[in-house]
Design a protein around this ligand. Structure first.
Ligand SMILES: [Zn+2]
Length: 159
């Protein structure tokens, strides 16, 4: 099979780039990795498979970066009755739109609020944080509280 993607070094770490044009809705490839059954497991790259289950992906898709306006999406199949249930532990990457040769592939990490970090994806509709849309209000609330506390500390110091 012809390779569809390539990992390249970029300003901040690494990214995954298309080495040919990809069609909208095209399944780009299976995301291979180690399945980890541990509710406390977390890493920069892991993808949630279920409440207590994660996948630690290997290259190339390990290096998919986040965008608030992604061009790809991760999907899995729910097992049909009688089918091997482990099918739900397999993940695939799909193009959300046409992706040109040389374009970086991105997904929306959709992280929960407690692990959110500042986002630098540069998308026009960037949420400012690497966090799911539903959890963004929580992050902003936490941030306001933190800013208030910092202001309070500064005021006390200048007294
Ligand atoms: Zn962003």
């Amino acid at each position: 099979m012809l390779p569809t993607v390539r990992v390249r070094k970029m300003a901040l770490g690494r990214g995954v780039y298309a080495v040919r044009r990809l069609r909208r809705n095209q399944t780009i490839g299976e995301i291979m990795g180690r399945v980890i059954d541990d509710p406390d497991y977390g890493s920069e790259y892991c993808i949630e498979l279920g409440p207590d289950r994660n996948m630690e992906p290997v290259a190339p898709f390990r290096f998919l970066n986040h965008s608030c306006e992604p061009n790809c999406e991760v999907f899995s199949w729910n097992p049909e009755p009688g089918e091997d249930p482990s099918v739900s532990d397999r993940l695939w990457l799909q193009a959300l739109r046409t992706i040109q040769l040389g374009e970086e592939l991105t997904i929306d990490y959709g992280w929960p609020a407690d692990v959110a970090i500042r986002c630098q994806c540069g998308a026009g509709n960037c949420r400012g944080w690497v966090v799911s849309e539903e959890e963004l209000p929580t992050v902003l609330r936490q941030q306001r509280r933190k800013n208030k506390a910092a202001l309070q500390t500064r005021k006390e110091k200048t007294r």
